[in-house]
Design a protein around this ligand. Structure first.
Ligand SMILES: *[C@@H]1O[C@H](CO)[C@@H](O)[C@H](O)[C@H]1NC(C)=O
Length: 276
């Protein structure tokens, strides 16, 4: 250091110093864009970056059978406008060993960040209950808040910040239309038909060249998972034993609003009528 103050720097040394400063600057910018970078500091306590994605989809016909009361946020309460195809539960980063990171940054959900997406989110990513799931800050909030804070913050190395996480999930959902694939194979909503689980899996394997996972409630399909590499090419889901809950023949229940109580103003006229 004494050398630096005693003598003026020669041009070569100045050039070199500038280079180092520029390089550090670029590194910072890069880390900022990636959201996590190599430094790991933006990932939650000791959580390494994830291996692959689950796109978790919900079958509304199964979820909405449980609806006993209504609220504005519950997609099951929209009567004839209730969702009739698989809707999004979340885009989840996972580890190959079956575990997953959660609550990876301190970032809080901001609804205004996704205000331009609310039309699509209400339609394709609705909550199917009136519960308020936990966020990562000791509170409770919107379904989207839970999904972003708990899962979305852990995939920021790929999906970026909040807005981009939701856009990415929607894009993947639009591209891999499970409802359409099943419909083309003859698997449509029905309260009387039972379908072979193997047939459903095969239809998706043929369409997307990867093996999905299913979760059932009794024999009713409750959730379906598509898995993706970090570049969103489809891959097989790693079979987790806790999700092997489906019998050999499963059902895709039709949406029914018959059992809803009318303590919310979101219940359609027809639903009120059928309650009486
Ligand atoms: C999926 O495909 C069906 C046609 O089979 C279409 O009605 C529906 O809008 C599609 N869903 C999405 C999210 O693109």
């Amino acid at each position: 250091m004494a050398v630096l103050t005693a003598r003026p720097l020669n041009p070569a040394a100045i050039q070199c110093a500038c280079f180092v400063i520029l390089w550090i600057g670029l590194l910072c910018v890069n880390v900022g864009i990636n959201g996590s970078g190599d430094l790991g500091e933006k990932l939650g306590a000791n959580q390494r970056d994830f291996d692959y994605f689950h796109l978790a989809l919900q079958w509304p016909g199964t979820f909405c059978r449980r609806t006993r009361h209504c609220c504005p946020t519950n997609g099951c309460c929209r009567g004839s406008n209730a969702p009739a195809e698989f809707t999004i539960h979340g885009l989840w980063p996972d580890y190959n060993d079956g575990s997953w990171p959660s609550c990876c940054t301190g970032k809080k959900f901001e609804e205004k960040e996704i205000s331009t997406l609310l039309g699509d989110l209400n339609k394709y990513w609705p909550s199917l209950s009136c519960g308020s799931p936990s966020n990562c800050h000791g509170g409770k909030g919107l379904f989207w808040e839970h999904e972003w804070e708990k899962h979305g913050t852990c995939s920021s190395s790929v999906t970026g910040a909040e807005y981009n996480y939701f856009v990415t999930a929607l894009k993947v959902y639009f591209k891999y239309n499970v409802t359409e694939v099943l419909r083309e194979a003859g698997y449509v909503a029905s309260n009387s038909e039972k379908y072979p689980l193997g047939g459903i899996v095969t239809a998706i394997q043929n369409a997307f060249h990867a093996t999905p996972e299913l979760k059932c409630s009794g024999d009713a399909v409750e959730e379906l998972y598509l898995c993706f590499y970090k570049n969103f090419e489809p891959r097989d889901c790693a079979t987790k034993s806790n999700k092997k809950s489906c019998p050999r023949y499963v059902s895709l229940p039709e949406y029914s609003s018959l059992k809803m109580a009318n303590d919310g103003n979101e219940v359609s006229e027809s639903a009120l009528d059928s309650d009486i």
